[in-house]
Design a binder for this molecule. Structure first.
Ligand code: TXA
Ligand code: MG
Length: 356
């Protein structure tokens, strides 16, 4: 007879695997993470290997309580502590001075370590049970959209990891905000749900790192096509957050993001779709609202704002599964509120954002 594993048994088993140096993927409120003990050098090295992650891209240490911070960080400056108290548990990763003696893979040799306390109850239980902070990059193959379901994790990493805890779909759907406190200012290295306006409630200046700015806000400034030719690696100085220089979140198909209202989107896609299909290309259409694109080879309704954010990576993966060559995606209506989403769209599309 098969043994029924209660949720508690699964967590105990997963934590034992982690303590023994294994890799277990788990849900967080943002995306699924690929967990490994921050204390285990060979486990961390395996994280880089299975993800095919560039060696210079550091990991985020996930903690379950404030006491675990000192396992990875030397100290917590007062402003960082204030931000932790305000936003943890939640989707905010904060750079702190790293403690000496940890495996170098955790920070890719940098002097800082990114730390976050996730809000998902299964993530918190797993970290607690494992007894040490867990390094957890998004549990996708490098360059693929981050996973927002356990099935996505297996799509990329099946057979290469020791397990995945299935917690259903992630509520937020894009990765945490990454910040650094520099002097008296908060610098956003990677935009996320906790945005500049939320961070500016603390009476200190909030600014974007040049790379995060380029990738999230530039799309508003210009107009016209190809507003982010430098979106991949060609921006001048080195980014503070190494992850910002790689093309991320990308589907296999050619993604075109169209910023505009329903009528303009229907018009544009109507003719573009016919042209593409005439060239033998399979086309996906991803509108915000239910619309009839009967000629499309695949379609997926994204919804508005937060809903779109939560569905984006699933939609991009679904397009890949459908084997399409080109994707027409209707961008969010409220760009101001959706800065982090626009940042991910920008990266996924390699800068191809068009105002229609
Ligand atoms: O929401 C999230 O943060 C998810 C879930 C699983 O918690 N994790 C995640 O990890 O997105 P990952 O490895 O896919 O992205 C980590 C980002 C990278 O862009 C990396 O360059 C940056 O954080 N990062 C990590 N440590 C850093 C450091 N010391 N200095 C600058 N950037 C750092
Ligand atoms: Mg990632």
């Amino acid at each position: 007879m098969q043994r029924a594993l209660a949720a508690q048994d699964i967590m105990v088993e997963a934590a034992a695997i982690l303590r023994a140096g294994g890799l277990v993927a788990f849900p967080t409120e943002t995306v699924y993470g690929l967990g490994a003990s921050v204390l285990n050098e060979s486990a961390l090295a395996r994280v880089f290997a299975v993800k095919r992650r560039p060696a210079d891209n550091p990991l985020i240490a996930h903690v379950a309580d404030m006491g675990q911070i000192e396992v990875v960080a030397q100290r917590v400056p007062p402003l960082s502590r204030t931000l932790m108290e305000a936003f943890w548990p939640g989707p905010l990763s904060i750079l702190l001075p790293v403690r000496t003696g940890l495996p170098k893979e955790l920070t890719a040799g940098l002097a800082t370590v990114a730390v976050r306390m996730p809000r998902h109850p299964l993530a918190l239980r797993l970290i607690r049970e494992a007894g040490a902070p867990l390094a957890a990059p998004s549990a996708n193959r490098s360059g693929r959209p981050s996973p927002t379901t356990a099935a996505h994790v297996l799509e990329d990493l099946s057979g290469e990891i020791d397990g995945v805890i299935d917690g259903g779909s992630c509520a937020i759907g894009i990765e945490s905000t990454v910040i650094e406190v520099v002097g008296d200012a908060i610098v956003i290295l990677r935009p996320g749900q906790i945005d500049a306006s939320a961070l500016s409630a603390f009476g200190v200046p909030v600014r974007y790192d040049a790379h995060a700015l380029r990738l999230s806000l530039d799309t508003r400034a210009g107009g016209g096509a190809d507003m982010g030719a430098g979106a991949d690696a060609s921006i001048g100085e080195a980014p503070r957050s190494p992850g910002q220089k790689y093309r991320h979140y990308a589907p296999r198909a050619d993604l075109q993001v169209l910023m505009g209202q329903d009528a303009a989107f229907v018009d544009f896609v109507g003719s573009a779709l016919r042209e593409a299909q005439a060239q033998g290309r399979r086309v996906a259409v991803l509108p915000r609202r239910e619309q009839i694109f009967s000629q499309a080879d695949f379609s997926y309704v994204l919804g508005e704002d937060d809903e779109m954010t939560a569905r984006l990576y699933d939609a991009l993966r679904a397009c890949d599964s459908a084997g399409v060559d080109i994707i027409y995606l209707q961008g969010p209506q409220d760009e101001e509120r959706s800065a982090a989403l626009v940042n991910r769209l920008h990266k996924a599309a390699g800068g191809k954002i068009l105002r229609i």
